[in-house]
Design a protein around this ligand. Structure first.
Ligand code: C5P
Length: 233
């Protein structure tokens, strides 16, 4: 995707809804409906599953239906059979589900991809992470992880907004794969870096938006920052 103009930038921001305590679950589910109508969609994962159960995951997907991308982030990393069971019970209603690329193709991601295809959901592979520890094991293996991604042909990959140079490498290797970049805000990534410098398609923002008393304004603020950061196109 080309860098966005102001009005389009908000459609490039996915909001991560990660409750820190049980009492946050309902507030974040209400927020799902709000931000889905404004931004690119939502991402929910283990915190929502742990604190709200599989019902909360399904409710988030339902509330966001027709309003944007619904991404399930369980960062699956198991044999294909187990990932298939998890995907079959949890990923219904979602548009995309995230797994780790390091699992590999044979007996792993090929089976998950087939399962998700059958459920009408798309596969997204993590090839790098946004925290500093990603430099310890994942980043030195980036070429191998990208080779797995080339073989699996997922719809999307995850690459860190905290290191736009990694995003740029991913973009170079996978010119047509959708790149989702988390790490904006709370983890130090600047809004717009992943899209404008790295060539990402979406930036994922969690606490900076979900923790705000006015999440829609915070989301629009992120989008304005992104649009201002991209050189005018
Ligand atoms: O609150 P914050 O903006 O840091 O949330 C980032 C979200 O992106 C979390 O849901 C986290 O699981 C996710 N994520 C990440 N790094 C990755 C993949 C996903 O931070 N490589």
């Amino acid at each position: 995707m080309d860098p966005p103009a102001v009005g389009e930038a908000v459609k490039r921001v996915i909001v991560a809804l990660d409750p820190a305590r049980r009492g946050d679950v309902d507030r974040l589910l209400d927020m799902a409906r709000l931000v889905c109508g404004v931004g690119a969609g939502i991402k929910v994962g283990l915190p929502m599953l742990a604190l709200g159960g599989s019902e909360a995951l399904a409710e988030a997907a339902r509330l966001c239906k027709g309003g944007g991308l619904r991404v399930l982030d369980l960062k699956l990393a198991d044999i294909g059979y187990i990932m298939r069971l998890a995907a079959e019970s949890l990923s219904r209603g979602f548009d995309a589900a995230i797994a780790h690329a390091f699992v590999g193709y044979e007996g792993g991601l090929v089976e998950l991809k087939k399962t998700l295809d059958g459920l009408g959901a798309r596969l997204v592979l993590v090839v790098s992470m946004s925290h500093p520890g990603s430099r310890e094991v994942l980043d030195p293996c980036l070429d191998k992880l990208l080779a797995v991604a080339r073989r699996v042909e997922p719809w999307g990959v995850v690459a860190p907004a905290t290191r736009p140079e990694v995003v740029a490498r991913v973009r170079e290797t996978l010119p047509t794969t959708v790149i989702l970049s988390p790490g904006v805000g709370a983890q130090g990534g600047k809004p717009g870096d992943a899209i404008c410098l790295g060539g990402a398609d979406y930036e994922i923002v969690g606490r900076m938006v979900a923790g705000s008393p006015d999440p829609v304004s915070a989301l629009r603020g992120v989008a304005e920052y992104i649009a201002a950061r991209c050189p005018e196109k």
